[in-house]
Ligand binder design. Sequence first.
Ligand SMILES: Cc1ncc(COP(=O)(O)O)c(C=O)c1O
Length: 431
Amino acid sequence: MRLYGTVAVAGFLTAAAPSRIVGGSRSLDDMASAKTQDPGNDAGFNTRAIHAGQEPDQQTGAVVPAIYQVSTYKQDGVGGLRGGYEYSRSANPTRTALEECLAALEGGGRGFAFASGLAGQDTVIRALLKPGDHVVVPTDAYGGTYRLLNKVALPWGVEHTIARISDVEAVRAAIRPGQTKMVWVETPTNPLLGIADIAALAAVAHHAGAILAVDNTFATPYLQQPLALGADVVMHSTTKYCGGHSDVVGGAVVTAKTIAVAGFEDAQERIAFHQNSMGAIAGPFDAWLVLRGLKTLGVRMDRHCDNAEKVVEFLQGHRAVTAVHYPGLPGHPGHDVATKQMRRYGGMVSFQAGGGEQQAVDICGATEIWTLGESLGGVESLIEHPARMTHASVRGTELEVPADLVRLSTGIEDVGDLIDDLDRALTKTAG
Ligand SMILES: Cc1ncc(COP(=O)(O)O)c(C=O)c1O
């Protein structure tokens, strides 16, 4: 059975006004399978995650793809390639398995696995844009993405305008007719959990002759499928939820089955060419780890969401917390859009400390189960101070984040322990 090619600024809620998390329980599989015509596409998300690209080994029957830790392949006479493999920068069977699985989960035409999320993003920029082009980028995005656009792409000649990505009209206004070739979206955003309306922004971008590229790292294909909503390219830091165990750094790009925007019809071929030409590929063992992570993505995400919702309810009721940012809250400005386009609201939560920057920093150092560290999306809960850590590179720019902000990556531990740990840290650090 071949199962690939399938499918489909933050609210300031004070402690005095707790509100419950509602909505977001629709099946993305229903949404997505309605949009595809490929045979075998009616398999559910978890079935695809476990089987797509992962046929049992022909020779041994091994149910898990092998780690092909190899650089080159014997040819049966010059040019006589077995299965198309000649050199592992160009293609490697373990990476192929991961790339097919990624394409199946995002409902795309083709998946590409990279050495890191930023390597994938760099490939998207260099493969699909050229000097003189212009990109609209979000006010709230991963700091490394902005650094790439501002310090690498800009000197190369690709200009950008920063726009509030939750405001469709602001994005429309930021477009330079004829020059804007890409609208870049991260949703939910890192670290403020802002929400962008993917379908509306796809329409705006396409009308302007630009493509829509979506960083789906926070949501994962389990919670949100941008290609089914009109996006053209999806990107991931697979270091995060896709890998899921904080044991691998990786990236992914998935292209839509067809891209109708003039000049981008061959996006898939261009990304494939650049992936091979620039060579920032995922190695076999890293590809295998991400593939293993994907098998449990659905069950992990449900648990991440369950825990995050309980943590949010706790934080809302705490006197030392002035604002909680979570798209599942009805008061969050992006709540309705998130409910429309996401299955649930994810495991990332951020909040602002009543005691300002110093308390935010102190809280990060006071937890015991929540580990102080960068990254996110692993089974273990992480806590960090974005202004001094993940987003230090955007200090002084329009993307600067509040100094009193604490970001939580809610893991899958027992939620009572997580809440007790946070409670202790908040109480200990309150002035
Ligand atoms: C939303 C988002 N996109 C991309 C990246 C970059 O991914 P990587 O660190 O795997 O290069 C990150 C890293 O934190 C991220 O949070």
